[in-house]
Design a protein around this ligand. Sequence first.
Ligand code: UDP
Ligand code: MG
Length: 329
Amino acid sequence: MTEAAAPVGITVLIPAYNEAESLRELIPAVDAVLRPATARYEILVVDDGSTDGTSDVATELRAQYPQVGVLTLRRNFGKSAALNTGFHQARGAYVITMDADLQDDPNEIPGLIAALESGGYDLVSGWKRKRHDPITKTLPSRLFNRVTSWMTGIRLHDFNCGLKAYRREVVESIELYGEMHRYIPVLAHGEGFRIGEREVQHHPRRYGQSKFGSARFVNGFLDLLEVMFLAGGRRTPLHVFGRWGVGLLTLGGGINLYMLVVWVAEGKLRVRPLLLFGVILVILGIQFISMGLLAELIFAPAMQKRNYPLKAQLRPEGAPESVRGKEGE
Ligand code: UDP
Ligand code: MG
């Protein structure tokens, strides 16, 4: 489909926040892998508001490597924003993302693309089986991956691996913000794309330092809740909250009804813990339902405008590309 229309074969997308030293080595290394393989490639560096001259280094390298493009954000917006910016600009039929810090190995690129093609996947995620990171990072990461895999039913070992290969339809279909880059496979799976995995080499960080502190764990968990919604497809906020609300309301109503019967039978009202419990459940139930309703109203316009990605399309003779005309009409 769009692959034939893509003006470039491969886009390598590198989000970089204060990675000047690493880029000096990374860009030549990426170029050395791609050049013999294809003439149609581009290397997009997204400088995420660096203060160490990252985009100057990338611009400098551009003289020697004209396939390099540099997008410089006005300030540091985070890895998801950097990736999203690159996703919008990428022209390749295949898009590779990799970290700028030399932890991901450019020699893995051909293997990832081969896995996309031979496995019939739309996204192949790297798996840093042997990770070269401190234990404070690898241990929580293992937990994160287990929980995410369990909650989403997607069998991956390393959701947040920076090294991934995509067909361009995938990057056209997902929008990243906040710290959603951790859940790209979940979002893509939610759009019906096929997800694969491939083991990749990983190296210790040589220059600079990691950009994510311990807040990543709390944020990561909160994002999982959201992503479960977004990727659910059929699940709407009213259904999720509403189901709990109706359950609580029914239970609370039942308890209060029982209390009413006891009141009438005994002829006097007794404030027992059970009565309080019933009243609390009723209040909670109403709150859940109204919360779901509010969320639904806020969310509805986005859901109505949603594009459902097609796997294939055979148009009848003479039919225009889109029957509804241009988007937004
Ligand atoms: N990064 C970014 N913006 C940020 C933080 C990180 O573009 O606000 C980039 C960073 O330069 C690197 C990649 O995201 O290329 C992964 O970051 P890092 O190596 O710090 O993550 P870790 O390997 O520690 O998980
Ligand atoms: Mg890193």
